[in-house]
Ligand binder design. Structure first.
Ligand SMILES: *[C@@H]1O[C@H](CO)[C@@H](O)[C@H](O)[C@H]1NC(C)=O
Ligand SMILES: *[C@@H]1O[C@H](CO)[C@@H](O)[C@H](O)[C@H]1NC(C)=O
Length: 314
């Protein structure tokens, strides 16, 4: 695909974002409407997790005794999951706020958004990871191009049989492709639930643990709203979607085959966006951590690099 150098101009970025929202917006399956009562259970922290405004808003708090979390009632196998999150304001050093998908068991799959808090005025770090068949270590970290504590922003996981894309306000920031045919395990047979949580990680989260949590600021509270799942629900060993990953009911755009799958054209947008984010906002990428992989970087990283350099098109 294209190897043109990425541009950081606002015009290029907004064109990119427009293209993405058009293309990513067409995914359809069973749509869930963002009611936290209907779609989630509080699983940790008692009343530190609060569902407000008739189910429209969720707040998760952390104090010196405990954090809190919720988990989706449904299990899913593929889909697009959106959540708007407003992070802990002010001094949030030592805290981690999350939104993620995970299956259970030893060889679990997991896709993570984790927001590492910081001192007032210092940037939060978006820490992401992908586990497949129990194996993780695929950390990528980013600063955001806005203040995530000032307002709600949309964080999305787009999980298809071909790839897992993490995006922020419709801008893809990373992609994990299905390279199973090359021996890289992929998340495509374990149903996952959605989770959101806030917890204390003062021993590593902020400047590698140098800045501890200031408990005089507790409780630390993050807010969530507008949860949306265009997803295939997994229940009693069966998917709500047909084998083409479109559903037989509840479909909104419902034009049949390929709703979940990316065309060549949207692939181009995804790649350009990731290039832009990685150039300007990436803090850490396991793919360039030569110390961690003295024997050579993982295969998915080799592929990503080759694609960026326009060498291969897998
Ligand atoms: C916190 O701010 C410091 C200083 O700007 C920065 O180096 C660090 O990456 C930020 N994030 C975390 C999670 O420590
Ligand atoms: C899946 O897609 C193929 C090709 O578009 C089509 O022929 C087939 O009927 C579809 N199957 C279902 C169950 O919708």
């Amino acid at each position: 695909m294209s190897s043109s150098s990425s541009s950081s101009s606002a015009a290029a970025a907004s064109l990119l974002i427009l293209g993405l929202s058009l293309l990513l917006g067409s995914v359809s399956a069973v749509a869930f409407d963002g009611n936290f009562y209907r779609n989630f259970d509080i699983v940790w922290g008692d009343d530190r997790a609060r569902i407000l405004k008739h189910g429209k808003v969720l707040t998760l708090s952390l104090d010196v005794d405990s954090g809190s979390s919720i988990q989706s009632k449904n299990e899913y196998l593929f889909g697009r999951f959106d959540m708007q999150i407003k992070l802990v304001p002010g001094n949030s050093a030592g805290t981690v706020t999350s939104f993620y998908l995970s299956s259970v068991g030893q060889n679990h799959d997991e896709v993570d958004f984790e927001f590492l808090g910081n001192l007032s005025g210092d940037p939060c770090t978006l820490h992401t990871n992908v586990f497949t068949n129990g194996g993780g270590g695929r950390e990528q970290q980013f600063y955001l191009w806005f203040d995530p504590t000032a307002d709600f922003h949309t964080y999305s996981i787009i999980w298809t049989p071909n790839s897992i894309i993490l995006s922020v306000d419709e801008t893809p920031i990373r992609e994990f492709k299905n390279l199973e045919s090359h021996g890289v395990p992929y998340a495509n047979n374990q149903p996952m639930r959605l989770y959101a949580s806030i917890w204390n990680a003062e021993y590593w989260a902020t400047r590698g643990g140098q800045v501890r949590t200031d408990w005089t600021n507790a409780p630390f509270t993050a807010s969530y709203r507008k949860f949306k799942a265009d997803a295939c629900v997994w229940s009693s060993g069966k998917s709500s979607c047909n084998s083409n990953l479109t559903t037989s009911f509840g479909s909104t755009s419902g034009d049949g085959a390929g709703d979940f799958l990316y065309t060549e054209e949207s692939n181009f947008f995804v790649e350009e966006s990731i290039k832009w984010v990685q150039t300007h906002y990436q803090v850490y990428n396991y793919c360039t951590d030569w110390k961690k992989y003295p024997q050579g970087i993982p295969y998915e990283c080799v592929v990503a690099r080759s694609r960026r350099n326009g060498v291969v098109n897998i």
